[in-house]
Design a protein around this ligand. Sequence first.
Ligand SMILES: Cc1ncc(COP(=O)(O)O)c(C=O)c1O
Length: 400
Amino acid sequence: MALDLSGLRRQFPALDREWTFFDNAGGSQILGTAIDRVVEFFTSSNVQLGGSYAPSVLAAERVAAGSQALARWLGCDASEIIVGGSTTQLLANLALAMAPQLAAGDEVIVTNADHESNIGPWRRLPGVTVKEWRVDPETLLLRAEDLEPLLSPRTRLVCFTQASNIVGSVHDVAALTHLCHEHGAKVVVDGVAYAPHRRLPVREWGVDYYVFSLYKIYGPHLAAIYGRRELLAGLAPINHFFIDELPSKLQPGHVPYELMPALPAVVDYLEALDFADVIAHETRLAARLLDFLRGLRGVRIHGAATASAARVPTVSFSVDGRHASQIVRAVDAQRIGIKHGDFYARRLIDALGLGDRGGVVRASMVHYNTIEEVDRLIAALASELCPKAAAIRPTAAPSG
Ligand SMILES: Cc1ncc(COP(=O)(O)O)c(C=O)c1O
């Protein structure tokens, strides 16, 4: 069955405007129901937690419901979920809590493809030996055969991304986790770029730690990290000395109370989506854009240049002789929001040699985007990159 796109889009108040949003890998639009729950919290339970008076009890229930909903979505226990303001903050906290477990000479493997939030905190750990797992320069994929020689009896941790926020390629998290576990290493998986597009069965994958940002999966500006209970229990507390229960011991300060009640609304929405339909639709969107870009002389698509279920619809490219900002500005003028840059995957952009050319131009789509919107982007790019041919309209494709 095809997605009911107009029904889905009606649930996002911001999609009703005249802008087309193609910076979804930076941040998605938020569900109207999620906004309503935030307003409801402010209007009927905006008090401190921990009191025995009714509004305080209600506030505590609403905050707890946020973690419970995430646990439902991931198929884990609510005590295995830690919420924070961002993935960057959560990973920095995780490294802090893990540091006392790591001895001098222990090895940690990081990639050159991740967002820096899953590289920097591990590289900064005192005393550990850091090894770099580099992407295949042709495909820009992280390959198991390149990881294997880096694994040793001293490897304690392998930190990698499930999907690249630049090229959208999806890695087989279950297989890579299995390989790491065979060598006695734990994994920290960055699921930020993957989570908007697929289900997240963390226990089936067998991952140790998994992090994703809620403001990219149709919710408010929060992030969450899952950790296997016994591992979280063994981490050093980073909260006040008298707080030692999970998840509070790893959640210094309070979560933003008013945003937590939005999370059940997000999970309700995700649970109602048919992800086979989502994948089919997103693959059509990516195919439409990639087919156009492949036909342009001087345009280099980074990563897989054809659409498939093995990538999410995040498309990055560069144009010979052009600074990325020139292309983005031309598209801005058509009321289409895309961006250029390194998107904090600085090491990957440097490996591509694009550091001084404004990085890549990135258009990132999610299931609520339409073929018509992609065609508007194609028309804007066509008039900037091949003005003579811009009069030729892209061939019609069934809209999903
Ligand atoms: C793949 C990936 N990892 C991590 C992050 C950091 O997320 P946050 O903004 O929640 O810190 C981002 C943000 O764009 C990302 O795309």
